[in-house]
Design a protein around this ligand. Structure first.
Ligand SMILES: [Zn+2]
Length: 237
């Protein structure tokens, strides 16, 4: 007797979960599986991809673009002009900015300046996989690179390259980090450049440093079925 045939079923993607105290304005798109916690406010025109988590009392302003599986902790402020790519971690209390010379009013103090984007509004992009530490402040007109890591309490005033660690106020490059988050090596007064090839002691991924740029190296056997712990899932795109 033949085995019963499996009937394919269509699975609806999970609807976003929104706490009743959250304010989600018009024209906001929340991807499947998003979780929006209490007292979050998402302003009009903003898009979040699938499976994002937005922690309590976070504010996301107009027309912000947020990718898939972005984790945003509590008490975060994200302003207009910010783009956050897939897989970014935004830790608690992180604040974005979008104006290098903000003023409340016109020069003669006679009227309020607009809260809408204007010629003073500058853009910030956080590339995929990056981490912004707790209570960090992210300046505008800059890019945080892929898998970069910003230390807690840092004030970022310049772009940070891919896989680089930036710390302090103003934030300075302090080393390089793996996709997994482990520090590959530190850059300091005694060591202005790391060895040319670096291997992560935690996950085995390898990187090449050349002229200050850290890039991923092809992983050996990345096509082999070598089971748990394989770096194959981390192959460079
Ligand atoms: Zn690693």
């Amino acid at each position: 007797m033949p085995a019963p045939r499996r009937v394919p079923t269509s699975v609806e993607p999970p609807a976003p979960r929104i706490h009743p105290t959250a304010i989600i304005e018009q024209d906001v798109h929340l991807g499947a599986g998003c979780a929006i916690w209490d007292n979050v406010h998402v302003r009009r025109g903003t898009t979040l991809g699938a499976e994002c988590i937005v922690g309590e009392k976070t504010h996301i302003s107009y027309d912000v673009r947020i990718g898939n599986r972005v984790k945003i902790n509590a008490f975060v402020y994200i302003c207009t002009g910010v783009t956050i790519e897939d897989g970014v971690m935004v830790c608690a209390g992180c604040v974005f900015t979008n104006d290098r010379t903000p003023r409340a009013t016109s020069s003669d103090l006679s009227h309020l300046r607009t809260s809408e984007p204007d010629e003073h509004t500058t853009l910030t992009t956080v590339r995929e996989g990056a981490t912004l530490g707790a209570r960090s402040v992210i300046g505008s007109d800059l890019t945080i690179g892929r898998f970069a890591m910003i230390g807690m309490g840092s004030v970022v005033t310049k772009s940070v390259p891919d896989f680089h660690l930036a710390l302090g106020n103003p934030a300075r490059i302090a080393g390089c980090v793996c996709r997994c988050g482990k520090i590959l090596f530190r850059l300091g007064h005694e060591r202005s450049i790391g060895p040319s090839v670096q291997r992560c002691t935690a996950c085995g991924l390898q990187y090449r440093m050349a002229r200050g740029v850290l890039s991923e190296m092809p992983q050996h056997g990345e096509d082999a079925d070598d089971g748990v712990g394989s770096p194959s899932g981390h192959a460079a795109k």
